[in-house]
Design a protein around this ligand. Structure first.
Ligand SMILES: Nc1nc2c(c(=O)[nH]1)N[C@H]1C(S)=C(S)[C@@H](COP(=O)(O)O)O[C@H]1N2
Ligand SMILES: [Mo]
Length: 309
């Protein structure tokens, strides 16, 4: 883990681009000398933008992260989202907040993000299909939204929905899943500081194929829990519906925590292939909770993780 810096910036102060560049400059040590006259303010942002939740592992390239995607609303092959997701209109964007919440309503994206602490989080990401990558996301803790809208005490779960726009999403014509794409978390999982809403990656606003303009990232769970292009957030007392769980409950549990010891019925989850390694690259071992065991194991204390997979 890298060092921890306090972040006192918000959405309007800093773009994803400056966040990323500042971190690179820090890591290479080249920043201060190269920046000359503007070193003061830039270093302030630099200190603000990093997080000790980031891994030191080598991030995948922007090209790798944006050309091999799962976003079935645009087709089921890995190349489809990069080809077709440009048709998604991401401005304006609003999110409906409803259910057990004090301030329900249709929120403009900017209003929901306003006041949030934007950080770069370099996270490991593990798809249930056994490929993985390391991504420098830009985002803020989901907790920011929960605090803003006032979650009521009866709420135990949070549900999410992706946009459902057949005219912009050609994949919706195929009933591979029950649309709209839905996901959910227990409220304590949603409150965990590792759980973020991501609005960018590398030095760019979120590319459409990666879930523009805003998506969930839960780094210790299989990738399908990290729902893209969110238009609705619902607070409930009961477990919300989740698309992959509905489609094949014996294969995709509600929790879907990364666990090398619990095989998918059709393949082992013990190892993974990191994107970009080439055909003959060695597979790497998959880590319990995708390497975040120290941070999240407490959430599941006393649970049988083979049953609650
Ligand atoms: N709405 C929506 N969200 C989604 C998906 C999807 O098909 N539709 N695919 C999921 C899966 S299986 C994975 S692995 C990740 C992929 O994210 P990436 O394309 O940014 O790597 O998005 C997840 N979120
Ligand atoms: Mo996935």
């Amino acid at each position: 883990m890298a060092g921890r810096w306090k972040n006192d910036l918000n959405w309007s102060d800093v773009t994803p681009k400056s966040v990323f560049m500042n971190r690179r400059q820090l890591m290479t040590g080249a920043g201060a000398a190269a920046l000359g006259g503007i070193a003061g303010p830039v270093l302030a942002k630099l200190n603000a933008a990093s997080s000790d939740f980031s891994t030191d592992e080598e991030p995948n390239t922007f090209e790798q992260i944006t050309s091999y995607n799962n976003f079935y609303e645009f087709g089921t092959s890995k190349e489809d989202p990069a080809k077709y997701a440009h048709t998604l209109t991401t401005k304006p964007w609003s999110i409906k907040v409803d259910g057990l919440v004090d301030k329900p309503g249709d929120y403009a994206l900017d209003d929901l993000v306003d006041g949030a602490t934007l950080e770069e989080r370099i996270y490991r990401f593990r798809c249930v299909e056994a490929w993985s990558m390391v991504v420098p996301w830009v985002g803020f803790e989901l907790k920011h939204i929960l605090d803003k809208v006032g979650v009521q005490s009866g709420a135990k779960y949070i549900g999410f929905e992706t946009a459902n726009r057949p005219r912009e999403m050609p994949g919706l014509a195929y009933r591979v899943l029950e649309w709209p794409y839905r996901e959910g978390l227990r409220l304590d999982e949603a409150m965990h500081p590792l759980t973020i809403m991501a609005t960018g990656l590398y030095d760019e606003p979120m590319p459409n194929q990666n879930g523009a303009p805003i998506r969930l990232i839960i780094p210790w769970k299989y990738g399908f829990k990290s729902i893209k292009s969110i238009v609705r957030i619902t607070f409930s007392a009961d477990e919300p519906k989740a698309s992959w769980n509905m489609a094949a409950p014996g294969e995709y549990g509600f929790y879907s925590n990364v666990n090398p010891e619990v095989s998918h019925p059709r393949w082992s989850q013990a190892t993974e292939r990191k994107l970009g390694g080439g055909l003959f690259a060695k597979r790497q071992p998959t880590l319990m909770f995708n390497g975040y065991e120290e941070e999240v194991a407490d959430l599941y204390a006393g649970m049988d993780l083979k049953k609650n997979f």
